[in-house]
Ligand binder design. Structure first.
Ligand SMILES: Cc1c2[nH]c(c1CCC(=O)O)Cc1[nH]c(c(CCC(=O)O)c1C)Cc1[nH]c(c(CCC(=O)O)c1C)Cc1[nH]c(c(C)c1CCC(=O)O)C2
Length: 323
């Protein structure tokens, strides 16, 4: 299951006591592998997600960052001008983030053919939102101001990010990732007309560049609250469109079509419900996705406080579904 998978787990919280910083946990190969394997050992899901963050490659791009327990992601020197953009370096993953490749390779060895190892990247707009705003944001006013006042500055940043993301996806695949998920989590804060200018072209660029060198690597695209964008997401050329719970899965399937796979889309909070409720929701979701490619998942990460036994029940029920 996606993203902050692990935070709800006691084994992860215990490990955080000993290794208190996110960067230590994610930049040390042994720790990153160990944390990635915690949900795998507990639930045997069909996918094992690398423990890392979409911000991790920033270190190699001359964008110092931290992820603080209280404040979340922090970019120490936000990028606001053309001169700032000029300082952003192209990512050389083997030099800047070798632990990512090493962890993926180790995970592939560990899980063998019993599960799929997933890598992930942030999409240019979502990465830029952190870089320009300086951290998480509610209204995205700084990056939108840049978009609407000096679009050429934002475009030059997005283009640089797209080039590094292409390199990073290829690196993850070469090191063992069997599928890569692209997170454009905050793209839905853009109006669709602006999404078509500031996000879509860059995702398309990434997908077509990666497909030209890695035609068999499945690419998954996620955006939160993506109901206004489903057709546009499908038009990027990705193999899987990840859907969150604000869209009915039957409608999502209809809008995305039967050629692409859909992923999702249970409300993560459904795992606070009774066992029967969880089962009903799983069957409902699977039925609505229809007899076409579907990766059963939550519509976002597992929420902190989710009972681990309910997560286990999600997987047991999901695996027992027969068409
Ligand atoms: C936007 C985004 C980020 N990071 C990510 C996204 C895209 C997915 C989405 O839409 O949520 C993706 C991500 N972040 C993390 C993973 C690892 C995969 C997994 O363990 O499931 C993945 C896939 C670990 C993490 N990344 C982070 C944590 C939590 C902090 C910690 O455990 O130290 C984890 C486990 C920190 C982080 N990093 C980011 C945020 C918003 C936060 C949470 C801040 C908070 O709520 O406290 C940026």
């Amino acid at each position: 299951m996606m993203r902050q998978a692990g935070r709800y787990m006691k084994v992860y919280q215990d490990l955080c006591q000993k290794h208190p910083t996110f960067r230590e946990r994610s930049e040390n190969v042994d720790l990153a592998v160990e944390i990635s394997l915690q949900p795998w050992r507990a639930f045997k899901p069909d996918g094992v997600i690398l423990f890392s963050d979409i911000l991790t490659p920033f270190t190699g791009m001359n964008i110092p960052f931290d992820i603080l327990k209280t404040k979340g992601p922090i970019i120490h020197n936000p990028i606001r001008t053309a001169a700032d953009v000029a300082k952003v370096r192209e990512l050389v993953p083997a030099e800047a983030v070798p632990y990512v490749g090493q962890a993926l390779t180790a995970l592939r060895e560990e899980v063998g053919n019993a599960s799929t190892v997933l890598g992930f990247v942030g999409a240019p707009f979502t990465l830029a939102s952190y870089i320009v705003e300086g951290g998480s944001s509610k209204h995205f006013t700084v990056i939108k101001r840049m978009a609407f006042e000096t679009p050429e500055v934002l475009h030059s940043l997005l283009q640089k990010l797209a080039e590094s993301v292409i390199i990073y996806v290829r690196y993850q695949a070469d090191c063992g990732a069997q599928a890569v998920q692209i997170f454009d989590s905050w793209a839905t804060h853009l109006s669709p007309v602006d999404f078509e200018v500031f996000s879509l072209p860059y995702i398309k660029q990434i997908v077509s560049a990666v497909k030209s060198t890695h035609p068999d690597l499945p690419l998954i695209l996620y955006a939160s609250g993506s109901g206004g964008l489903l057709e546009r997401m499908a038009s990027t050329g990705v193999d899987v469109v990840s859907v969150d719970w604000t869209v009915d899965m039957a409608e999502a399937r209809q809008r995305i079509g039967t050629q692409l796979a859909v992923q999702g889309n249970m409300d993560p909070a459904a795992l606070f419900g009774t066992k029967e409720f969880i089962e009903r929701r799983i069957h409902d979701t699977v039925a609505k996705a229809g007899r076409h490619k579907h990766i059963l998942n939550l519509g976002h990460g597992v929420l902190v406080g989710t009972p681990e036994e309910n997560v286990a029940h999600f997987f047991e029920t999901g695996k027992s579904v027969r068409y």
